[in-house]
Design a protein around this ligand. Structure first.
Ligand SMILES: [Zn+2]
Length: 659
């Protein structure tokens, strides 16, 4: 029996339209259901489609009759969830939305909202009649918009056009509110936020455990989505204790997805035809696409966690037997007319090309041209190869060296492809050309007929690429450097207490020798070039909008920056040569693609007799402190939301800079 939350709570993604569709929906039912849910938000810029792209505008607030809408579907009828056994494990949770409060300067705080949500989730009664028990609609809408602009842009797990503050479940709303509050709120709210998160994680863990692993039953899509969102949120806090707790939930989620066959297209199709029938195109799109989004985001967070903890990833790209995702534009079509409008230019053939087939050496195989997210998927898969290679090096060094060269080649190709996409996106538009495909793929709330659409789309594309580059550079660093060993040597110089001092000292000496050897090798030089490029990448991302706060960046940026600082420090501490003398020839690192240039390549191969400079400053022991100080400053600021960055910054400052 399926006793998951999807059985009784309305879902958040396209899934959001399930509860109002009868078991065997007719086309008319589906149209009405989707019209009711595919509603552009009033006055919310990222989600409003300007007139022209979508002539039909729906205003669901007129359809809402009651201000007291809870976890029911909003249609006022009991939830006839598809495939639901109709048994409610517990009374549904109700969140009151205050519809009347239209004052934009409403005096309602995040702390109050968090308090209300926690009380509802824990089913506690109101302490006194005067205690606030409703969240104003205007406040909640703003919160969702803010969530969509930041977190959702890098983790597009939900189907944004169907998120609806009045009809989505309390768990959905709570998840969005805690994520948004973590990124934008006061640090004083952190305890309150984590209390709600813990409560949700426990609930989802229990529900996943209680689910029947019968693949013929309807899969609890919403439970999976919510679980994944909460795992990703845990990762985005950068708080070790929170991440550890959520990793248990993630392991369970991965097992459930695997056992049900959620990574296989044919199983998804069977599931759709059996439990979610209907031939209305947006419905088919949403019920299929959500599985690809779950798969790709699960794969991404899995890779990030694996890199962060130095443990093997749970997932392999080879097991993702799914067609490529739709474009960002298709997944973010606000309004049914926009959906059909974009349908015409969507490269649907992407769906015929398997994620597991992707290969950076054959970008031309991707129908309609490779997109940045495809390159990202390749990179995430490469982490697995890099991880295995590290184990293999000790056993079979010759084969490992060949594999390493091959992996490095792939990473360089990927970097080239990202640059090509950026260059193509600046070319004149030709109907049906690659430039047109790239740009149209990144339409969001704006219409392709509005005057500034190209500028909006280009900056969205750029920010997508800016979040992929640090992952790529981090992979180059890990392929050529043992970050863990360097951290042990340079950040925790005291041997572990339980070790015999002489054994500890022998181990320390061996590590030191290995790092010294590395620093004089092409590996060391490759890693140090990539490390400097991480900072170049960071600075060039800032150029787009110098005022953008730290939380606008994917945490992978800070993971890369932290590894880069470690590499730069270890390398300069070991590289004997000082290259400050102006007579020593130096290649300057000033751009991201510089390592592909002949002078840098020849320095990497040869090394001695020449050096490198970084934006004109020699890279040697004399200058490393000033670089590390800048990087630590950035990490310290990022630490407000991605907490590990603050820990690293204070370690770098305390150990290396004596501050
Ligand atoms: Zn020097």
């Amino acid at each position: 029996m399926l006793r998951c939350m999807t059985a009784r709570l309305p879902p958040m993604s396209l899934a959001g339209i399930e509860p109002v569709i009868p078991v065997m929906p007719t086309k008319q039912d589906a149209v009405e259901a989707i019209n009711a849910r595919y509603v552009p938000k009033e006055g919310s810029d990222p989600r409003e489609e300007p007139a022209g792209d979508g002539p039909v505008q729906f205003h669901h607030h007129q359809q809402q009759q009651s201000s007291n809408v809870g976890s029911d579907s909003g249609s006022g009828t009991p939830t006839p969830t598809l495939g639901s056994p109709g048994i409610l494990a517990a009374e549904p949770l109700f969140l009151q939305i205050d519809e009347n409060d239209t004052d934009p300067h409403v005096n309602f705080s995040r702390a109050t909202a968090l308090g209300i949500l926690y009380r509802i989730l824990t089913r506690k009664p109101l302490a006194s009649p005067s205690e606030p028990n409703a969240i104003p609609r205007t406040w909640l809408s703003k919160c969702i918009d803010s969530y969509l602009k930041t977190f959702h842009a890098r983790w597009p797990i939900c189907h944004a056009p169907v998120i609806n503050e009045a009809t989505d479940s309390v768990q959905v709303i709570a998840t969005i509110v805690i994520i948004e509050s973590w990124l934008h709120g006061d640090v004083k709210l952190k305890d309150q936020i984590l209390r709600i998160h813990e409560c949700l994680v426990k609930q989802f863990y229990r529900e996943l455990n209680e689910c029947d692993m019968d693949p013929t039953q309807p899969w609890p899509a919403d439970l999976y989505q919510l679980s994944l969102l909460n795992v990703v949120f845990a990762f985005e806090t950068g708080k070790d204790s929170v991440i550890r707790q959520s990793r248990m939930l993630f392991s369970l989620l991965v097992s459930a997805l695997r056992m049900n066959g959620c990574f296989q297209e044919d199983a998804i199709e069977t599931q759709r035809l059996t439990h979610y029938p209907g031939d209305f195109r947006p419905w088919i799109f949403g019920t299929t696409e959500r599985w690809k989004r779950i798969a790709t985001c699960a794969f991404k967070v899995d890779t990030y966690l694996s890199i962060l903890y130095g443990q093997p990833p749970l997932l392999r790209r080879a097991e993702l037997e799914l067609g490529l995702t739709s474009t960002f534009a298709m997944w973010n079509s606000y309004g049914i007319m926009v959906f059909f409008d974009r349908c015409r230019s969507e490269p649907w053939t992407r769906g015929n090309y398997n994620m597991s087939q992707l290969d950076v050496r054959k970008p031309e195989e991707v129908p309609s041209g490779i997109l940045p997210e495809d390159i990202q998927l390749c990179l995430l898969g490469l982490w697995n190869d890099i991880w295995s290679l590290k184990k293999e090096t000790a056993v079979n060094p010759d084969i490992a060296a060949l594999k390493k060269a091959d992996l490095y080649h792939k990473l360089c190709l990927a970097l080239d492809q990202l640059d090509t996409i950026v260059a193509e996106s600046r070319k004149p538009l030709v109907v049906g050309g690659y430039t047109a495909t790239i740009l149209k793929s990144y339409l969001g709330g704006e219409s392709s007929r509005s005057p500034n659409w190209r500028q909006d789309v280009t900056s969205r594309l750029d920010s997508c690429i800016h979040n992929i580059r640090p992952l790529l550079l981090l992979l180059i660093i890990h392929l050529h450097a043992d970050i863990r060993r360097m951290r042990e040597l340079y950040l925790c110089p005291n041997p572990p207490l339980q070790m015999d001092p002489s054994a500890a000292s022998r181990a320390w000496q061996q590590n030191m020798l290995a790092v010294q050897e590395w620093a004089l090798s092409p590996d060391g030089r490759t890693a140090v070039v990539a490390s400097l490029q991480v900072w170049v990448a960071y600075k060039s991302s800032l150029l787009m909008d110098p005022s953008q706060p730290a939380y606008c960046f994917d945490p992978i940026f800070y993971m890369a920056l932290s590894a880069a600082a470690t590499v730069l420090w270890a390398w300069t501490m070991n590289d004997e040569a000082c290259v400050c003398d102006p007579a020593i020839p130096k290649s300057d690192i000033a751009h991201i693609g510089m390592h592909l240039q002949p002078d840098i390549q020849s320095w990497i191969r040869g090394g001695s007799g020449s050096g490198i400079s970084f934006w004109g400053q020699p890279v040697c022991r004399c200058h490393v402190a000033s670089n590390v100080a800048d990087w630590a400053e950035t990490l310290a600021v990022a630490g407000k939301t991605w907490e590990i960055a603050a820990d690293d910054a204070s370690m770098f400052r305390g150990t290396w800079l004596n501050v």
